[in-house]
Structures are given as C-alpha cells and as structure tokens.
Write a protein that binds this ligand. Structure first.
Ligand code: PHE
Length: 340
C-alpha cells in the first residue's frame, strides 16, 4: 500500500512537471505499458498472503486510474498553452476568414455510368472496357462494315495514321468484337466509354462523347428480351414503368435493326424535350447480325443475341435537362458543381 501511495505521488509530480507530449508519452510507457510498473504490481499480487490480495489489487488499479487522469489533464494543459502561444504570436489573426476547401464531386456522366453499371450487373452483365484508339478491324470490318461500305460515311472518323489502320473508335460497338473473341458464349456485357467523331460541334453534337454498349449472346434470344431489358433500364433511370416502341433502323451489324423510342418521361401531351411528339428517341439496337458472329468465331446456327448502343451523354442531358452537350466536357467548375 505504501509503495502504491509513493508511486502515485511520484507519478503525479512528474506528469505535472512534463513540458512536452514526448515526456508525457515516456512516462505513460514507463507506468502503463505491458511490462510497466503497474503491470509489475498486478503480477506480484498472487504472491501476497491471501487476505492482502484484494486490497493490493485495488491499490494497483487505483494507481493506474490516477495516472491516466493526470496524463489527460496534463495533455489538456499543454494544448491550451500551445493555443495561447499561437494567439499571442505576431501575425496570427483569429478574425481572418478561413480558406474554404473546394469539395469535388462525381461528374454527371460518371454518376449515371455507376448507376447503370449496378443495374446491369444485377442482371448478370459483365462490365467491359476497350481501347479508345482502335483498329479498323474492330471498329468497322468485323462489324460487317467493309471498306467502301457507305455506312462508314455515317460516322466521320478521326484517323490516327495515313493508311487508316488505327482510328479513334467511333462507337463502343468496337468492344463487341473484342468481347466475342475473348469470351465464350453465353455471356452478357456492357461497355461504358468515350467515343469520337469528326463532327462540327453544336448544342447536340460533340466530337467526344459517351456511349454504353450492351451485348447479349445466348441461345434462343429474341426481340422480346431486348425490349424487356430496355424497360428495366428505363425503370432504373426514371424510377417508373415507361412505354417503348421500335421503329426500323439500319446498322450493318444488326438484323433486324431498330431505333427504340421511349414515352417522354416529362409530359403527357407534348413538351419541348420531346418536341411535342410525346416520344423520345432513346437508342439504336437490334439482333446481332450473323456475319458479325461469324467474323468473331461464333456459330450463328447455335448462338444469337441482341446489342444496343445507349448514348450516355444524351441520357445525362435528358435526365438533368442540360441544353448543350458541349457543357459536359468543358471542365467548367461552375457547371459541374451543380451535380455534387
Ligand atoms: N454503334 C451504333 C452507333 O454508335 C449504335 C448501335 C449499337 C446500333 C448497337 C445497334 C446496335 O451509331
């Protein structure tokens, strides 16, 4: 008992006299660490005569609590002293406005991409990526768009070399070819990504924009699967059931090919978004052309599928009512801050 009383007084004095956090930490280690003084006292308790043990144990624990309390109050004392020193130092002005930290946020395209990725992931789709500099083979040839095919004019292409062997991909469909060559059917995949077209820019055209390709390869796939998948997509984006319709559309890599329209989510009788028609052109899609399957080593007698090419940039514009596609990649923080 005497020992613990002495120890307590000794420790208190040392802690009260400590001038730095380092000193406090050294004292703390000496008394409270494994193998420290308090641990030594507790370890000695069992060797005492039976009746003395409870009191000795209590005394040792009491010592520990006292030291902890003394350490806490000394730390508070040091912190206050540091603050006082700062306040009285020249050049410190507590009335100056604080420097506000800028807060970043996810780009609206990233936000929508993540949402759609979750949605398709839940339906068993893989999320694939591909290069932005593509070969003519992936971007055109293997998609049933041979050289001199008029469909090449539909997409004005940035070429990376004089022979035109490398291009900036004009659509995420290029990754369809990579997927079919790499994966064994059946599979489902989406490909969100950037695409490029040599285009005169205006409010609805940009040379760089985002698409999300979808591709399902399996047995017995029909247009009904395509439609129901698109309805799940729309329900995810707009939060409710939305009617769709198909119009014929031509793309060399699908047959039949469609333009899928969605009932305007913003009105009942016509508005500026749907140009008074109540329908919004949502995405091109169709059943994968047998030539495309064959070009990637998949037997069209056994396998089939559907593909769609969602315009991510367009969908972001619709969702957030953005009037000019060029705002999306202009890097203007005043615009981007609105989506945090
Ligand atoms: N890749 C086409 C485009 O960008 C869109 C598309 C994708 C059409 C898939 C049909 C199927 O124009």
């Amino acid at each position: 008992m005497e020992t613990t009383t002495n120890l307590t007084n000794q420790a208190r004095e040392r802690i009260a006299a400590a001038a730095t956090e380092d000193e406090l930490r050294a004292i703390e280690r000496e008394y409270l660490d494994k193998g420290g003084i308090v641990a030594g006292l507790l370890a000695a308790v069992p060797s005492l005569p039976g009746p003395e043990r409870p009191a000795a144990g209590r005394a040792a624990n009491q010592l520990k609590l006292e030291i902890q309390a003394a350490l806490a109050s000394s730390r508070e004392r040091l912190a206050q002293a540091a603050l006082a020193a700062l306040r009285s130092s020249a050049g410190f002005d507590a009335t100056l406005p604080a420097v506000r930290a800028e807060r970043g946020s996810l780009h609206p395209i990233t936000q929508l991409t993540r949402e759609l990725t979750d949605l398709f992931h839940a339906m068993g789709f893989l999320v694939l990526d591909g290069p932005e500099v593509e070969t003519d083979l992936h971007n055109f040839e293997a998609l049933n768009i041979p050289k001199d095919h008029p469909a090449r004019d539909m997409q004005d292409t940035f070429r990376c070399d004089p022979e035109g062997k490398l291009v900036l991909r004009t659509h995420t469909s290029a990754v369809q070819v990579r997927a079919m060559r790499r994966l064994k059917p059946p599979f489902r995949a989406i490909v969100p990504g950037k695409v490029f077209r040599q285009e005169t820019t205006d409010a609805s055209h940009e040379h760089t924009f985002h698409q999300m390709e979808g591709l399902v390869i399996d047995k017995h796939i029909s247009v009904a699967h395509l439609i129901s998948t698109m309805k799940v997509l729309l329900r995810g984006v707009f939060g409710r059931e939305i009617e769709v319709r198909l119009r014929p559309g031509y793309f060399p890599f699908v047959e039949p090919g469609f333009e899928l329209d969605a009932r305007c989510p913003f009105c009942k009788a016509g508005c500026s978004v749907c140009k008074q028609s109540t329908w919004i052109e949502l995405l091109p899609c169709g059943m994968v052309h047998p030539n495309v399957l064959r070009a990637s080593g998949i037997d069209p007698e056994v396998w089939g599928g559907f593909a769609f090419g969602l315009g991510l940039s367009r969908l972001v514009m619709l969702r957030f009512q953005i009037d000019d596609v060029r705002r999306l990649l202009a890097g203007d923080l005043r615009f981007l801050e609105q989506f945090s």
